[in-house]
Design a protein around this ligand. Structure first.
Ligand code: MV4
Length: 506
C-alpha cells in the first residue's frame, strides 16, 4: 500500500496530485527549486525538500536529485505530474530499479509511444487507423518523392522524436519537398539529437480529439470518452470540452475501441491519452499517445464522475480499474479554459510577476485548479499557465453560460492574463455553434484581439473606485456610533453618478 508520495512537479498539477493524496490519507513530499521556495505545492505538502537552482534542467529535470529526496523522505511512490520527467522512460526505469512505485506506465510503453515511427508501426499492427503515410523512417530524398507521389500533396514531414508540433513541416508544392525535408531534419537533430523523419498525408481542417484511457496491471483497459481539444494557438491548448460537439455515439464507440486497442498494444498501465485527428468526413487517425496525466483531465473527471489521480494511485497499487466499460457514462457537459499569465495584446508574451489581487470564481458547477495566491510572484522559469477553470452544465449551452459567468467573476491583478481573450472566444459564433476545428484561433484572430469594451471595462473600474470612496465617506459620517441605518435609504452616490453621466465617455 502506498503511504507516501513524492510529487516530482510544481504548480497546479503538484497541488492537484497532493489533494487526492490527502483524501486517500497518503502523505506527500514536495521538491522545489530556488524560485519555488514560496510556491503553493511546497506549502501544501507534508514535507518539502530543495533540489537546486531555478532552471528546470538543474532541478525538476535532474533524476538523481529527485531520487535522493525520495530516499531521504521515505516516499514509497513517485507521481511525475505532466511535463518535466513525466514521459521520460529512463526516470520510470530508475524509480522502479530503486524499489519505488512509479505512478505511470512502463518505460517500454513510454519509449514505444515516444518514438512516433515506432508508435505508428505498433498502431498499424494493432489495427488502429493511422494517417496514410510511411511505415518506416524516411531514408532517401528519392523515397520522399516516391511516397509523396503515392499519397499526393499536401504532405506533412514529421520528426520521429517530435510530437506536439516540434520538427514538423507541411508541404503544398513539389518544389518545396526537399528544402522542407532538410529543414525538418536539421530542426529535429537540433532539438532531439535524432533526425529521423516520416511522412503523412496532410489532413485539412482537422479536429483534435483525444480519448482518456485507464488500464490496470491485470490487462483490463477502459476508455472514458473523448475531449475536444481543437481550440489551440501554436500547439498551446486554450479550451477543451467534453463531449465533442462533433461526436456521435457510433463514432465514440469506434474511436473508443481504437483507443483501448492502442493502449493494449503497449501493455499500457495507468492513465493515458490517445490523440486523434478527425477530418470533416469523420475519418479518424491515430496521432500520438500521451503516456501521462494531462492538463485537461478535469473535464473527463467531471463528466464521468471519477478522480483520475486516485485511479492512477489505485492502479499503481495493483488494484483493478474502477469500472467495466458498460458502466462508463457521460453526464452533462464540461468545459475547461486555461488561464495563462500572458499578454494577448503583446503577442502572448509571458507576463510573470507579483499577483496583487486574485478573486477566483466559485458557485455551482465551477472548479478552479490553480496554485497562485495574493502576494505570490510567478517565476519566469516555468510554464505560464497559472490556473484552469473548469465548469459543468447539464447541456453545452448551460456550460458555456456558466463559463462566461465564471470568467466574469475571475479577477487577477498584477499580471496580464488570457481571461478577456477567453471571454471573447466564448462569444464567437463558431464556438457557440460548436463548429470549429484546429484553425479556430487563426480564423477569428482579428475579432478576438479587438477591444470593443475598453470604455466599458474602464467605466466598471471607475465605478468600483467611486463606490469605495462613497463608502469611506459614509463610514466617516457615522463614525461616532456605527449605525447600519445610516447606510440604508439614500441610493449610493456612484449609482447616481452612473445614471446622470451615462453618456459620459471615459
Ligand atoms: C497533422 C496535421 C495535419 N495532417 N498531421 C500538430 C501537433 C502534432 N501533434 C501533430 N499536429 C498536426 N499533425 C497530419 N498528417 C495537423 C496538425 C496540427 C494540429 C494537430 C492537433 C492540434 C492542433 C494542430 C494545429 C496545427 C496542426
Amino acid at each position: 500500500m502506498i503511504k507516501k508520495v513524492l510529487v516530482a512537479n510544481r504548480g497546479e498539477i503538484a497541488v492537484r496530485v497532493m489533494r487526492s493524496c490527502r483524501e486517500l490519507g497518503i502523505k506527500t513530499v514536495a521538491v522545489y527549486s530556488e524560485a519555488d521556495r514560496k510556491a503553493m505545492h511546497v506549502r501544501y505538502a507534508d514535507e518539502a525538500y530543495p533540489i537546486g537552482p531555478s532552471p528546470s534542467n538543474e532541478s525538476y529535470l535532474v533524476i538523481d536529485k529527485i531520487m535522493k529526496v525520495a530516499k531521504r523522505s521515505g516516499a514509497d511512490a513517485i507521481h511525475p505530474g505532466y511535463g518535466f520527467l513525466s514521459e521520460n522512460a529512463e526516470f520510470a526505469r530508475r524509480v522502479r530499479k530503486d524499489g519505488l512505485i512509479f505512478i505511470g506506465p512502463s518505460s517500454h510503453a513510454i519509449t514505444t509511444m515516444g518514438d512516433k515511427i515506432t508508435a505508428r508501426q505498433t498502431m498499424i499492427e494493432a489495427g488502429v487507423p493511422v494517417v496514410p503515410g510511411t511505415k518506416q523512417k524516411l531514408e532517401t530524398e528519392a523515397d520522399l518523392k516516391k511516397i509523396t507521389a503515392d499519397i499526393g500533396l499536401p504532405v506533412m514531414i514529421k520528426a520521429s522524436a517530435g510530437g506536439g508540433g516540434k520538427g514538423m513541416r507541411m508541404v503544398k508544392n513539389a518544389e518545396d519537398l526537399l528544402p522542407a525535408l532538410r529543414a525538418a531534419r536539421s530542426e529535429a537533430l537540433n532539438a532531439f539529437g535524432d533526425d529521423s523523419v516520416y511522412i503523412e498525408k496532410y489532413i485539412e481542417n482537422p479536429h483534435h480529439i483525444e480519448f482518456q484511457v485507464l488500464a490496470d496491471k491485470m490487462g483490463n483497459v477502459i476508455h472514458l470518452c473523448e475531449r475536444e481539444c481543437s481550440i489551440q494557438r501554436r500547439h498551446q491548448k486554450l479550451i477543451e470540452e467534453t463531449p465533442s460537439p462533433l461526436m456521435t455515439p457510433e463514432l465514440r464507440e469506434k474511436m473508443g475501441n481504437a483507443a483501448v486497442a492502442a493502449a493494449k498494444a503497449v501493455d499500457y498501465e495507468g492513465a493515458g491519452t490517445i490523440e486523434f485527428l478527425v477530418d470533416n468526413n469523420l475519418n479518424y487517425y491515430f496521432l500520438e499517445m500521451n503516456t501521462r496525466l494531462q492538463v485537461e483531465h478535469p473535464i473527463t473527471e467531471r463528466v464521468i464522475g471519477i478522480d483520475l489521480v486516485k485511479e492512477q494511485i489505485r492502479i499503481a497499487d495493483g488494484e483493478k480499474v474502477c469500472f467495466e466499460q458498460h458502466e462508463v457514462h457521460q453526464s452533462g457537459h464540461a468545459i475547461e479554459c486555461r488561464i495563462y499569465a500572458e499578454d494577448p495584446d503583446n503577442n502572448f508574451m509571458p507576463s510573470p510577476g507579483l499577483i496583487r489581487r486574485i478573486t477566483e470564481p466559485t458557485g455551482l458547477g465551477v472548479r478552479t485548479d490553480g496554485y497562485v495566491y495574493e502576494g505570490y510572484e510567478i517565476p519566469l522559469y516555468y510554464d505560464p499557465m497559472i490556473s484552469k477553470l473548469i465548469v459543468w452544465g447539464r447541456i453545452r449551452e448551460d456550460a458555456i453560460n456558466r463559463m462566461k459567468r465564471a470568467l466574469y467573476e475571475y479577477k487577477i491583478s498584477g499580471v496580464k492574463t488570457s481571461i478577456k481573450f477567453l471571454e471573447k472566444i466564448m462569444d464567437t459564433k463558431e464556438f457557440h455553434e460548436g463548429k470549429y476545428d484546429t484553425h479556430f484561433i487563426e480564423h477569428n484572430f482579428k475579432e478576438l484581439l479587438e477591444d470593443k469594451n475598453k470604455c466599458n471595462t474602464r467605466c466598471q473600474d471607475i465605478a468600483i473606485i467611486t463606490a469605495f470612496i462613497d463608502y469611506k465617506k459614509k463610514l466617516e459620517k457615522i463614525k461616532p456610533k456605527f449605525n447600519g441605518a445610516a447606510l440604508a435609504g439614500k441610493p449610493s452616490g456612484w449609482k447616481e453618478f452612473g445614471r446622470k453621466k451615462a453618456s459620459l465617455r471615459i
